[in-house]
Design a protein. Structure first.
Lengths: 66, 148
């Protein structure tokens, strides 16, 4: 799964730590998601969607074969 | 069913699973018990040699590892829960494989050093528990470092 978390974060001009605090996770979790090492749960994806004010599909995308 | 109730339901089920965990400060307490028991075990082995005290220190090590194993991180989020689950799975599989292959390696060692008396091939309950807990604790720390 690809994601545009870094881009969305840049649009809002917030750091990984600030985003992590907003959704109640650690900075490592945000970093792992950005580096595609961790696929977040639905709850976390919806929380991100609320912060970015965009549908989940706008920043999470399935790659072919998934 | 509203989105809020779905989220609440999911959160409640996750929280139920977390109830068995101890607060973060217990992690240091667990490691302290482990280190104190380990040092006591060595002191006892070389200076006192009391069998009952050896047993107490061995169980002290297990209690320390268990406390460290079930205590929460500072921020116990879903990534940490996921890594914890991975570490328990790895510890279980590694523990079973090591326990099963232990007699085979003991046999090879005995064969090459031509021991007159065969060393014990049996793995005790303490050794299995120690193996499982120590693999879990150290593999979990390793996974956490990988995700930094």
């Amino acid at each position: 799964m690809k994601n545009k978390l870094k881009i969305e974060r840049a649009i809002l001009d917030i750091t990984q730590d600030e985003l992590a605090k907003k959704i109640g996770v650690s900075r490592q979790t945000i970093n792992s998601i950005e580096k595609n090492r961790y696929v977040p749960s639905t709850v976390l994806a919806l929380k991100l969607s609320k912060i970015f004010q965009k549908p989940v599909n706008d920043f999470f995308e399935l790659i072919e074969g998934e | 069913m509203t989105l809020k109730s779905v989220l609440d339901c999911e959160r409640r089920s996750l929280e139920k699973m977390k109830k068995y965990q101890l607060p973060n400060r217990f992690k240091k307490i667990g490691f302290a018990i482990l280190i104190i028991s380990f040092i006591s075990l060595f002191i006892n082995k070389f200076f006192v040699n009391n069998l009952e005290f050896t047993l107490i220190t061995k169980y002290g090590m297990l209690v320390g590892l268990l406390i460290a194993s079930i205590s929460k991180e500072k921020i116990e989020d879903e990534l940490i829960s996921n890594l914890r689950m991975q570490s328990y799975t790895f510890a279980f599989i590694a523990g079973v494989i090591i326990t099963l292959t232990n007699p085979f390696f003991s046999y090879i060692v005995d064969f090459f050093i031509k021991a007159k008396e065969s060393s014990s091939n049996e793995v005790g309950d303490w050794q299995i528990l120690w193996l499982l807990l120590s693999i879990q604790v150290f593999y979990f720390e390793f996974l956490k470092r990988l995700h930094k």
